[in-house]
Design a binder for this molecule. Structure first.
Ligand code: DHB
Ligand code: MG
Length: 261
């Protein structure tokens, strides 16, 4: 496992240069954000901007809310995608007309429920039996329609994905959100399971670049996917800034998006 640093450069910078650390609290009046011109000042206001966008753009969805609170109560790690990211991924599925979604890393089923909210059939793979149980409960709580369109497979993705391929399964949209050390191995399997024109999203790619050490001196998901250029894979990196994570060192992250041609 990669060592994930709880404080990194961004975190340290904020602590050192911000004279008022309480600006990091989400209670900061939104108007202040327009006056913030430094990168540090902007990052300090991200929590309130994120809440602003969630409040105005997202519909209330009790099953998503319940899934989050039930997952936390069950002691699952608080590492889900954010609500705005869930909506983003769901919108991407809708734009593509995705009917089948494959997810690696179910956790408590929060992102699974976002994908299911599009009407797609979702296959999600989870290695941890406790996480799978919590996810099944959250999916059942969302009602029969959702439950009938979601399958959660217990197992290691690198065992399960080849089996799905042997069964001839193909997916319109794949979301990889599991062990950072195995991102490329999942990606290589995902390419074989994605239909032509389908999309593969990988979570946490920017944090892995920050926290995994000098990106120029090692192989990264980005460099390895880059090595597949000309092999029917086009990709880009989408950097994100989100106040969903309360630790400033975790606020800057991003997806890798690949389209299989
Ligand atoms: C971690 C894992 C994630 O998938 C994520 O989105 C954020 C953090 C982690 O293991 O720290
Ligand atoms: Mg993640």
């Amino acid at each position: 496992m990669l060592k994930r640093l709880s404080s990194n450069t961004i975190n340290t910078t904020i602590k050192r240069s911000s004279p008022k650390p309480h600006h990091l609290t989400p209670k900061q009046p939104l108007k202040m954000s327009t006056r913030s011109s430094t990168a540090t000042g902007k990052l300090a206001l991200i929590s309130s901007l994120t809440t602003h966008a969630e409040t105005h753009l997202l519909k209330s969805n009790p099953s998503l809310k319940t899934a989050l609170s039930a997952s936390l109560s069950a002691g699952l790690p608080p590492i889900t995608i954010s609500p705005l990211q869930g909506q983003y991924l769901a919108l991407q599925c809708k734009l593509m007309g995705a009917k089948t979604v494959l997810e690696i890393g179910t956790l408590g089923g929060y992102s699974t429920l976002w994908f299911a909210s599009t009407g797609a059939h979702v296959t999600s793979i989870e290695i941890n039996p406790k996480h799978r149980d919590v996810a099944m409960q959250n999916i059942a709580s969302a009602g029969k329609d959702v439950e009938s369109r979601v399958e959660v497979i217990l197992g290691a993705a690198l065992d399960v994905m080849p089996k799905l391929r042997e069964e001839g399964r193909k997916f319109d949209f794949v979301f990889l959100d599991a062990d950072w050390d195995e991102q490329f191995e999942y990606f290589a399997e995902a390419v074989k399971l994605t239909r032509k024109g389908g999309a593969i999203y990988v979570d946490n790619v920017v944090r892995e670049l920050f926290e995994g050490g000098d990106a120029e001196g090692r192989e990264t998901l980005v460099s390895r996917v880059g090595g597949m250029k000309g092999m029917g894979v086009s990709a880009t990196m989408i950097s994100t800034v989100s106040g969903w994570k309360k630790d400033p060192g975790e606020m800057v992250d991003g997806f890798l998006l690949a389209v299989v041609e």
